[in-house]
Design a binder for this molecule. Structure first.
Ligand code: URA
Length: 243
């Protein structure tokens, strides 16, 4: 890891403050003065500021129940970043492991461990993400099994070179659907990749339209009773499945 990043991780200093301390010559790596912010260091190195030894704070891992009109980005745009919801130090030093659209709700994982988030996001790792999807058109009984088979064998999305990976589609039976509802069917969809607007584009490819989208599960991690807008630290068990 870069030396300035290590200093930020192990103190309350910002990246700019860390660089200032480095310039001042107060930082030593293995007893040698170190001024280069980009120097690569390891936790086993003896790193001191003004003689005080630093030890890197461990990585941080959170789950958040995203609400609509917030964005999975480290900068605010039309809508505010979900990172404002986390009442933790230096929340904007964290990143989001698998984005959701502004109008999508549900499970978001947030960390500062790049290798861990790669294990969550990379299609090669085949991590399952399950979405509850509300659709504008009904799925007729006689078309359901053919549709399930199409999702299983892969769909061609516009502008993509390869078919989507096998996805598991299950229809949810709805009791008492009122005429005014914006949707006519509800399904659960499990995918193992995260192409841009993937779920919306998959249903567009089969002639339907997503009118509501909510991520319920990533790997074995679920929202449980986390209310919309709430967050918590992940447990050791939840963290290790992607370590
Ligand atoms: N697929 C989408 O289309 N949108 C999301 O937010 C997540 C998956």
């Amino acid at each position: 890891m870069r030396l300035d990043k290590f200093i930020c991780k192990s103190t309350e200093l910002t990246r700019t403050e860390a660089k200032k301390v480095l310039k001042s010559g107060e930082v030593r790596v293995n007893n040698e003065v170190a001024k280069n912010a980009a120097m690569q260091v390891h936790e086993n190195n003896l790193i001191t500021i003004d003689g005080q030894q630093l030890s890197a704070r461990g990585s941080r891992y959170y789950i958040l129940h995203k609400i609509v009109d917030t964005i999975c980005s480290n900068v605010d745009e039309i809508y505010p970043s979900v990172l404002h919801s986390l009442e933790v130090d230096k929340a904007f030093d964290l990143h989001i492991a698998g984005r959701l659209d502004a109008d999508t709700t549900g499970l978001v994982l947030i960390t500062d461990d790049g290798r861990w988030s790669h294990n969550v996001i990379s299609p090669k790792k085949q991590c399952q993400k399950t979405y509850r999807v509300w659709l504008r058109s009904e799925i007729d009984d006689d078309k359901l099994s053919a549709l399930v088979a199409r999702f299983d064998s892969g769909l061609q999305l516009q502008g993509e070179d390869s078919l989507t990976r096998p996805a598991i589609l299950t229809r949810v039976e709805i009791d008492n659907l009122v005429d005014e509802a914006s949707y006519r069917s509800e399904v659960l969809l499990t995918i193992t990749e995260g192409k841009y607007h993937q779920v919306k584009r998959m249903f567009a490819a089969v002639g339907n339209r997503v009118v509501g989208l909510h991520r319920e599960q990533i790997g074995k991690i679920t929202l449980g009773d986390l209310a919309p807008g709430e967050w918590r630290e992940l447990t050791e068990d939840e963290i290790t499945q992607f370590s």
